[in-house]
Design a protein around this ligand. Structure first.
Ligand SMILES: NC(=O)c1ccc[n+]([C@@H]2O[C@H](COP(=O)([O-])OP(=O)(O)OC[C@H]3O[C@@H](n4cnc5c(N)ncnc54)[C@H](OP(=O)(O)O)[C@@H]3O)[C@@H](O)[C@H]2O)c1
Length: 240
């Protein structure tokens, strides 16, 4: 069934692949972004998917942006909380600003994205929530105390929402990508990238489309009994 879907950070990287995959499933997709107008305009031109600009770290901006999407595309029935950032530093060098930037975007941003949509999902008796966490939320990572805390937090969010939403036809699940060939990962020095690949039994980085496939599966009407779960897609690098 065609539904309205919102993908935060849906204009680039993994989010762009998710937006395109949901569109290919027949859904009416809204993709958000933070500030890269050029990338968003190019994405809309190439895919026909509408983009909306707001900062997920702001509750008021998120609420207003979501209201605009719902006015233009209809009630949001699928939400993918994907927007995320890194501000890496070893803990002894991590600044409070680096901590707060990541918490505000990656964790509070998930609350800000889901909370305004939640009452409508409850009223209508249907909802699919997918949060993009990370392998580093499952296992921790050097120089990512802030990032790993948010990504572990995502798993707590979906497990709790699953319990609150199940009786109302709402599911909440997480996807934990391993290292994926997005701009972020391709920008690291080749030597570092090779070292990362050396830790992945599959012997390669993942493709954004491989994460998008997990999301379309969890977002489908047929996945109603899968709730509070985590799909790891990491090439065999880490098992929970
Ligand atoms: N890449 C990986 O290997 C990997 C692995 C595990 C998990 N993840 C997770 O997967 C998600 C996507 O990662 P990615 O590598 O695809 O990222 P990316 O290529 O850097 O794209 C990030 C997207 O999020 C948007 N965004 C960032 N901060 C935002 C904010 N405050 N408000 C609204 N939108 C914001 C960006 O908008 P602009 O275009 O305007 O900047 C962009 O559309 C993240 O949650 C990340 O933690 C990634």
């Amino acid at each position: 069934m065609a539904r309205t879907a919102l993908v935060t950070g849906g204009s680039r990287g993994i989010g762009a692949a998710i937006s395109k995959a949901l569109k290919a499933e027949g859904h009416n997709v809204a993709a958000t972004y933070a500030g890269n107008d050029e990338a968003a305009a190019k994405f809309t031109e190439e895919t026909g998917i509408k983009t909306y600009k707001w900062n997920v770290a702001s509750y008021d901006e998120s609420k207003a942006g979501i209201a605009k999407v719902e006015e233009e595309l209809g009630p949001i029935e699928i939400v993918v909380a994907n927007a995320g950032i890194t501000r890496d530093a070893p803990f002894h060098k991590m600044t409070p600003e680096q901590w707060h930037d990541v918490i505000d975007t990656n964790l509070t941003g998930v609350f800000n994205t889901i909370h305004p949509i939640w009452p409508g999902m409850r009223e209508r008796g249907f909802g699919r929530i997918v949060v993009i966490s990370s392998i580093n939320g499952q296992k921790g990572q050097f120089a990512q105390v802030n990032y790993a805390a948010t990504k572990a937090g995502d798993l707590g969010i979906v497990k709790s929402l699953a319990q609150e939403g199940a009786a109302k036809g709402i599911t909440a699940n997480a996807v934990c990508p391993g290292y994926i060939a997005t701009e972020m990962v391709m920008a690291v020095p080749e030597k570092v990238r090779e070292a990362i690949i050396g830790m992945i039994p599959a012997g390669r980085l993942g493709e954004p489309e491989e994460i998008a496939r997990c999301v379309t599966f969890l977002a489908s009407d047929e996945s109603g009994f899968i709730n509070g779960s985590t799909i790891s897609a990491n090439g065999g690098q880490f098992f929970v």
